[in-house]
Design a protein around this ligand. Structure first.
Ligand code: M6R
Length: 364
């Protein structure tokens, strides 16, 4: 049941802290602050490249994974949505790693992409929530997200669990490739172990998020902006808003705004920014100033350090706990999903069963 929540989505949003913690329990030793993955049938140190593919939210999780694998592990990564990947014919070195991500393990396009990669002698490592699924059977290795059943069509907790697994995989890959010393590993694992309690703190911002939701609910179009590993979080926010509130939303890498979408900006198109104080914060802030100067209404998700700098340019701000840069995309996802939920509630839509959508898309 819904345990007293109005919708499964609301219940599942509240499970973020628990699910991140459970997923970490499988992959991290809190005593040594080291990642320990199950034995893999291939060597992470010698994989020449990774190909990541998935659909929808799982694809955005993969995009964050790309930033981590490139930055931490110095592993070349190719990524595409599965509906494109299955019809592409990328030149691949045998022994590469195919990284498939899916909550259900049954998504038709992702499964077809998996089979296509297999034929090219690619190791298939799947990040799956449903461990007895078709994709699980056809993979060489499965890393499970411990999110429990996700009922709401809009994915929430499975997404942060996917990010948690990808973060651990990136650390393990970096270590295997000699790119991570043990001090830095302890620091990154420490940041992950801090997440469940920081994630619980996000729910203290409910009023601030609902204030933002009232602005968004009046809009016909909304622009989401983010940079680096926060860009996929902006994409996740825009997708969630579209899915359940039926408001048109688009996500842009903040630096791309001046290459087109800036012409849309006026008071009727609110701008939602995911802008915690990571090393790219100043860049995002200057994009927000440009938007403000053109009459844009800024709704900004930031953290305690970023809040001072964002200051008065934001019409509304949600100030989240400051966390390590590495895990910022995981934390920032939660309020962005809550915003979509609150907008849908204001609009009175069928939150758990939005029109035209299915929980698992088993046809092409
Ligand atoms: O089961 P999967 O993770 O493979 O599903 C992929 C997408 O269909 C899914 O993430 C979809 O985009 C969600 N409805 C997003 O909220």
């Amino acid at each position: 049941g819904k345990d007293g929540y109005r919708h499964y989505m609301e219940k599942e949003l509240h499970e973020h802290p628990l699910v991140i913690g459970q997923t970490l329990q499988r992959m991290v030793d809190p005593a040594t602050r080291r990642v320990s993955l199950p034995d893999l049938p291939f060597n992470l140190a010698s994989v020449p490249r990774a190909v990541i593919t998935a659909c929808g939210s799982a694809f955005y999780a993969g995009m964050v994974g790309r930033y981590w694998l490139e930055e931490l592990a110095r592993l070349p990564v190719d990524i595409d949505v599965a509906s494109e990947m299955r019809y592409r014919d990328p030149p691949l070195t045998p022994g590469s790693l195919g990284l498939l991500i899916s909550q259900s393990g049954e998504t038709a396009d992702t499964l077809a992409a998996l089979r296509g990669l297999r034929e090219k002698a690619i190791h298939i490592l799947s990040v799956l929530n449903v461990e007895h699924s078709t994709m699980a059977r056809e993979s060489d290795t499965v890393l499970g997200t411990v999110a429990g059943p996700e009922i709401s069509v809009a994915s929430t907790k499975a997404f942060t669990a996917q990010l948690t697994v990808l973060a651990c995989l990136s650390i393990a890959t970096a270590r295997a490739r000699g790119k991570l010393d043990s001090l830095r590993e302890e620091e990154l694992v420490g940041a992950l172990l801090d997440l469940p309690s920081r994630a619980a703190d996000v729910f203290k911002q409910g009023d601030a998020i609902r204030t933002m939701a009232r602005v968004v609910a009046e809009a016909r179009d909304v622009l989401y902006l983010g940079r680096g590993s926060l860009f996929p979080v902006a994409m996740e926010g825009a997708l969630k808003l579209k899915e359940i509130s039926y408001i048109h939303a688009e996500a842009y890498a903040a630096g791309e705004m001046k290459h087109g979408p800036i012409s849309l900006i006026d008071r009727s198109v609110p701008i939602v920014a995911t802008a915690p104080s990571t090393p790219l914060f100043d860049k995002t802030l200057s994009n927000l100033q440009e938007a403000k100067a053109r009459g844009g209404r800024l709704l900004v998700f930031t953290d305690t350090r970023g809040a001072e700098r964002v200051g008065a340019i934001a019409e509304h701000m949600v100030v989240l706990p400051s966390v390590h840069d590495f895990v910022a995309p995981i934390l920032q996802t939660i309020p962005v999903q809550i915003l979509a939920y609150e907008v849908a509630v204001l609009k009175g839509t069928d939150v758990d069963q939005p029109r035209n959508l299915a929980k698992s898309v088993t046809v092409e």
